[in-house]
Write a protein that binds this ligand. Structure first.
Ligand code: AMP
Ligand code: GLY
Length: 405
């Protein structure tokens, strides 16, 4: 079997780990991949006569561009939704309209397609609303202004100065919700869906949830405060989402990642992502007992998805970041990796080779993951191993999973 992973982050490395665990003898390739994955380079792949048995698409950009459709047109099996379904993530307006149509609980909202519209809509709010750029913005498209004045400046930056290019030319206003966030994951295709677990990300850069937003500095799974009531609600949310996917005739074969907030009125959906999360995948794959490749194949073939089995343990992930992240980073610093205990997983993200030396090349360089019988144990294992990885400027949050909400 020849399997192609599209993407280059620690998320893709975690997917690779989950497949290799059960199928070490298959051939794995990644595009563009990273040297920490220790699989053949694309140049080596190009020299072979390859016909992919399965393509797995990690990030949102290629999904939104229809790369899954392109491969499928050539008769290749793909884990990843078509562009029609990817719009659930790539257009926040499309996504909210979908939620409204299928009666999915979410924050009240208004859309604006021009700057003039946006100013009119803003006038109707007495408290500052959340403002979201409609298109993909790599996690930089959500704003929580503290005053109406600040909201005005944000609209001007997005819709007049084009801060985020065409992604910000339309905007969404949302009522501001409060409560803890929880992410839920499902595998889905034409035959149905299966629950894959919950996770919580730490999106802010610094300890105590301070500092700028990032792609995610650490995660844990499962989310211990998820109770039966939440599970009943999320099952209903997923059922309605699934009915919507079928009714809209979307070619959705992949993951539904539902970002929720638990408000006083129960769970509300903040967003859909049409892909695995990074670094949520690192903890989900660590906990996965089932054969991921078997699941992914069933999803891609539109066959009945087998039951998903998870270990009875918890998992915790800490991201090792480059100096400067989430702004401009200090890159090309040589990396040293010492011996890690057998049960510690090190997933490589922003690494590359410079004159044969492994160096850091983007903000989130590694994900260090451990399983434990409880979070304290998992935390001790991860934090006790961090000194095995060294590069100039490396930093990380010290409080992942400390206060579990
Ligand atoms: P999103 O990309 O839509 O998940 O938004 C990124 C982050 O912004 C979320 O993880 C929340 O922390 C926050 N956020 C988004 N929408 C809202 C909302 N309606 N009320 C409060 N916070 C929000
Ligand atoms: N960690 C958040 C995401 O992947 O969207």
């Amino acid at each position: 079997m020849k399997i192609l992973l599209i993407g280059s982050g620690a998320r893709e490395h975690a997917l690779l780990y989950a497949m290799k665990k059960n199928h070490p003898d298959y051939d794995y390739f990644a595009m563009p991949g990273n040297p920490g994955m220790k699989i053949p380079s694309l140049e080596e792949a190009a020299a072979m006569e390859l016909k992919w048995d399965l393509v797995i698409i990690g990030p949102e950009d290629p999904l939104a561009r229809g790369v899954a459709d392109d491969f499928r047109k050539k008769g290749i099996l793909v884990f990843g939704p078509g562009a029609d379904a990817a719009a659930l993530e790539s257009s926040k307006i499309f996504s909210k309209n979908f939620m409204q149509k299928y009666d999915i609980p979410t924050a009240a909202y208004k859309e604006a397609r021009t700057y003039k519209d946006a100013l009119n809509v803003l006038m109707k709010f007495s408290d500052p609303p959340v403002i979201k750029a409609d298109g993909l913005a790599g996690g930089k498209g959500v704003f929580l202004p503290e005053s109406i004045n600040e909201a005005h400046s944000i609209l001007e930056a997005l819709m007049v100065e084009n801060l985020l290019g065409s992604s910000g030319s339309k905007v969404l206003f949302e009522e501001k919700l409060e409560g803890p966030e929880i992410s839920f994951f499902y595998l889905v295709n034409k035959q149905g869906y299966k629950y894959l677990g919950s996770a919580r990300d730490h999106k802010r850069a610094y300890d105590g949830g301070k500092g700028p937003n990032t792609g995610g500095m650490g995660t844990y799974s499962p989310v211990p405060d998820v109770d039966e009531k939440d599970m009943k609600q999320i099952d209903e949310i997923m059922e309605r989402t699934y009915r919507g996917i079928l009714a809209e005739n979307m070619d959705y074969r992949g993951v539904v990642f539902i970002g929720c907030m638990r408000t006083k009125e129960g769970l509300k959906v903040l967003e859909y992502n049409v892909r695995f999360g990074d670094p949520e995948t690192q903890v989900l794959m660590a906990r996965l007992e089932s054969d991921f490749l078997e699941l992914a194949m069933a999803v891609a073939k539109n066959e009945l998805i087998p039951e998903v089995l998870l270990k009875d343990q918890v998992a915790l992930c800490v991201v090792l970041a480059s100096k400067g992240y989430p702004n401009e980073i200090l890159k090309d610093q040589p990396i040293e990796i010492g011996n890690l205990e057998e049960d510690i997983l090190l997933f490589s993200g922003g690494t590359s080779l410079l004159d044969g030396v492994l160096v850091n090349s983007s903000g989130r360089v590694f994900s260090l993951v451990a399983l434990g019988d409880n979070f304290e144990q998992a935390r001790e294992k991860v934090y006790g191993s961090i000194d095995r990885v060294k590069f100039q400027g490396m930093w990380y949050r010290r409080d992942i999973g400390e206060n579990l909400i």
